[in-house]
Design a protein around this ligand. Structure first.
Ligand SMILES: NC(=O)c1ccc[n+]([C@@H]2O[C@H](COP(=O)([O-])OP(=O)(O)OC[C@H]3O[C@@H](n4cnc5c(N)ncnc54)[C@H](OP(=O)(O)O)[C@@H]3O)[C@@H](O)[C@H]2O)c1
Length: 352
């Protein structure tokens, strides 16, 4: 919807997993947003108050439901869409009904969708006068920082973004196995599996290319697997000796023979792996050009952080670039918009 308003924006939260729970927590705490509904995939969450799902104590009176028609009937301005698996059918239903969508679920430009599905999304935006936007930490914030840093350069040869981390505490055996971890490095199709699972990074590379005025001829993917030299038991999965313990790869965009954008990862799991490049424990943002620019984003605990471990910080870091974008996405022109199109998305001052 293109109109802006002074009333709080009516927002629904779509699922409350690792990321969605953090988004819900933020929506409830904001005075420029009104939580009007919560979608739950899991039967155990239906009927549960949003406060419980967000880890808050004061009930909101809003309970989770799987009744999509009832959620749409609430006439929300926006949906924070954080499911494990995005669904084009769900997106079309929301967008057609005029609900602007802010997603963390494998969406930046929609470039990895089939032409038919992308067209369905575009038509739904026109029908509903609505907008879809995707972000997160990586992809998302990392690309934004890369694009901003390129603004310091007279000429840009390449923007390169690398997530350089030990993933051992990201407890998702399915995702990690699809990325190659714990597999025989010679498994047929392993590199293609990693490419497919991480294809949204290619969308973010294309967005950055667009931002710097590069017309890409092609996108490629390359990956190097490093085998573990000993057994690691991570609890939720094993990384046996001789299987993949390190995955280092990039989605690259090319103009002729020039690699102008690269988005990738240098990931390790377990204790027995030496990656091809030393880990930097953060997001490494490099802009090669005149001048070269470089920074590393570290996500660190504030002094009042009480949760055990720091995984929750990464979840907030992923959720907030999406949730904080709601006002700008509601105000944006209908259709598919990216970080390149929106005004800067900022956080909000802490309420007293
Ligand atoms: N850009 C980034 O930086 C970044 C980083 C991490 C993750 N992500 C993406 O963000 C999204 C959410 O990640 P997450 O870690 O929060 O995921 P998650 O906790 O594993 O799952 C999110 C929710 O999806 C629903 N769900 C679970 N299994 C499902 C299934 N088989 N079919 C349909 N729905 C199912 C559940 O909803 P209920 O809670 O309602 O039961 C679950 O809580 C994912 O698409 C992920 O790829 C993006």
């Amino acid at each position: 919807m293109t109109s802006t308003t002074n009333r709080p924006l009516r927002v629904i939260q779509w699922t409350t997993g690792n990321i969605g729970k953090r988004s819900l927590h933020a929506i409830i705490g904001r005075d420029d947003m009104e939580l009007v509904g919560v979608y739950a995939h899991g039967a155990d969450k239906i009927g549960v108050d949003a406060a419980d799902l967000a880890g808050l104590t004061e009930p909101t009176g809003i309970t989770a439901t799987d009744d999509v028609d009832a959620l749409i009937a609430l006439k929300p301005d926006a949906c924070c869409y954080n499911p494990l698996w995005p669904s084009v059918d769900e997106l079309v239903r929301l967008l057609e009904a005029g609900v602007n969508v802010c997603s963390s679920a494998a969406w930046i430009t929609g470039g990895k969708q089939s032409p038919e599905d992308r067209e369905r999304i575009e038509k739904a935006c026109i029908a509903g006068n609505s907008t879809i936007f995707g972000s997160g930490a990586h992809p998302g914030m990392t690309n934004m920082v890369g694009m901003v840093l390129s603004g310091a350069c007279e000429d840009v040869d390449q923007i390169r973004i690398t997530e350089s981390v030990d993933c051992s505490t990201y407890e998702s055996a399915g995702t990690q196995a699809a990325m190659g971890f714990g597999q025989d490095p010679e498994t047929p199709g392993l590199a293609e599996s990693v490419r497919r699972e991480s294809e949204v990074f290619a969308e973010s590379a294309a967005m950055m290319a667009d931002a710097i005025g590069a017309t890409l001829d092609r996108l490629t993917f390359d990956v190097e697997f490093t085998t573990a030299t000993g057994d690691s038991d991570l609890g939720f999965m094993q990384i046996p000796k001789g299987t993949v313990g390190g995955v280092f790869g990039y989605h690259r965009g090319w103009v002729g023979e020039k690699n102008v954008v690269s988005v990738g990862f240098n990931w390790t799991m377990g204790d027995h792996v030496t990656p091809p490049k030393p880990l930097e424990h953060g997001h490494v943002i490099q802009v090669f050009g005149t001048p070269n620019m470089r920074t590393v984003l570290h996500c660190l605990p504030p002094k009042e952080w009480t949760e055990p471990g720091f995984m929750g910080l990464g979840m907030i870091y992923t959720a907030m670039p999406v949730t904080n974008a709601v006002p700008a996405v509601v105000a944006a022109a209908p259709g598919i918009v990216t970080l390149k199109d929106l005004p800067p998305v900022t956080g909000r001052v802490r309420r007293a």
